[in-house]
Design a protein. Structure first.
Length: 335
């Protein structure tokens, strides 16, 4: 409490800081002691009965806790903001990297596909060119030689036509433009037809081809019968081609509550562990001489996967090198 002259006449509290107390018309003022601690004061005038000012009452409190809090906030902001910006930058970079992975993978696949397609097209074209050039260099060409040349050209042309047709078919299948009609399909009949169709190839390859029907009743799925037949046919053909003479290929049909289960099991050369992930890629071959030994273009399993995915099914591979492979296909049942 101050008198009209600004002299201190009364205090309340255990200790009074050394503050430069002064009279002022402003109700609020901030003062500092000799140690730099700040205090906030509120001043109100005291009047006599005649409404004359005879003194002032000043109430104040220390701002030390607020100043310490603000100092901590400044420290946190000073250190935290740069760290936060660094964290955001790192997170953004990581998220961008994750987001770019599918694009980068697709770009790599396009590059690989272009290179493989060019290689596949170049091989028969080179064979045709070499055959024609050899024939043209002969002065006296007999009818038999001309016929042999035309047969080579026709054979390579057929290979090119099949390759282009498979590529177009696979592209349309992946875009889901081929799955137009879906009808009830009996998998039992498709397996029986496949066994009958491949019997001659199995005998020629000296491979035992058998079917094993474990389902207790006919297994019916909804889909395109020709495409589902191609799945079983391609898997069984691959199994026969990659099974050594004396081996066995088994086509198994079973069912669960919701799925038809088709397994093509062989005792063939198997697939190395590191190759399993790529086995369904277009043009992928475990051995570089695959097309020469089996006539395949590397599209068979890619077509199989595209058909199965179009029918909302799945395909899994369990294989060990030199022990054989098991391809398991699951297709939703009609009901």
């Amino acid at each position: 409490m101050l008198d009209a002259s600004g002299n201190l006449i009364a205090v309340s509290g255990s200790s009074l800081p050394s503050l430069p107390l002064k009279l002022t018309s402003e109700p609020w003022q901030t003062l500092e002691d000799d140690r730099g601690n700040r205090y906030l004061f509120y001043s109100t005038p005291l009047h006599t009965r005649n409404n004359q000012i005879w003194g002032r009452l000043q109430l104040g409190r220390s701002l030390q806790d607020f100043d310490e809090y603000l100092a901590n906030v400044r420290l946190i902001m000073g250190l935290g903001l740069p760290l936060s910006l660094i964290g955001v930058a790192i997170a953004s970079w990581k998220l961008a990297e994750i987001a770019m992975q599918p694009i980068y993978k697709s770009y790599q696949q396009i590059q690989q596909f272009t290179a493989d397609a060019a290689h596949e097209l170049r091989t028969p074209l080179a064979a045709i060119r070499a055959t024609v050039e050899t024939t043209l260099n002969q002065e006296n060409l007999s009818e038999n030689q001309a016929r042999e040349t035309l047969e080579v050209v026709e054979r390579q042309n057929s290979r090119l036509s099949e390759l282009v047709k498979d590529l177009l078919w696979l592209s349309r299948m992946e875009q889901k433009t081929l799955l137009t009609s879906q009808n009830p399909c009996c998998i039992n009949d498709l397996i029986s037809d496949t066994e009958e169709e491949l019997a001659a190839l199995a005998i020629q390859s000296q491979v035992t081809l058998i079917t094993e029907i474990r389902a207790k009743k006919s297994v019916i799925v909804k889909g395109n019968e020709a495409q589902l037949y191609r799945v079983i046919f391609n898997l069984a053909t691959n199994a026969i081609q990659y099974t050594l003479p004396g081996g066995k290929v088994t086509i198994i049909l079973d069912s669960s509550v919701n799925y038809a289960i088709i397994q093509v099991k062989d005792t063939g050369i198997g697939i190395p562990q590191e190759e399993k992930r790529k086995i369904f890629d277009r043009f992928y071959r475990i051995n570089s001489d695959r097309s020469r030994t089996t006539g395949g273009s590397g599209l068979g399993l890619a077509i199989v996967r595209a058909i199965i995915q179009a029918h909302q099914g799945t395909i899994e591979l369990d294989s060990q090198a030199k022990k054989g492979s098991i391809f398991t296909v699951k297709l939703p049942l009609k009901n």
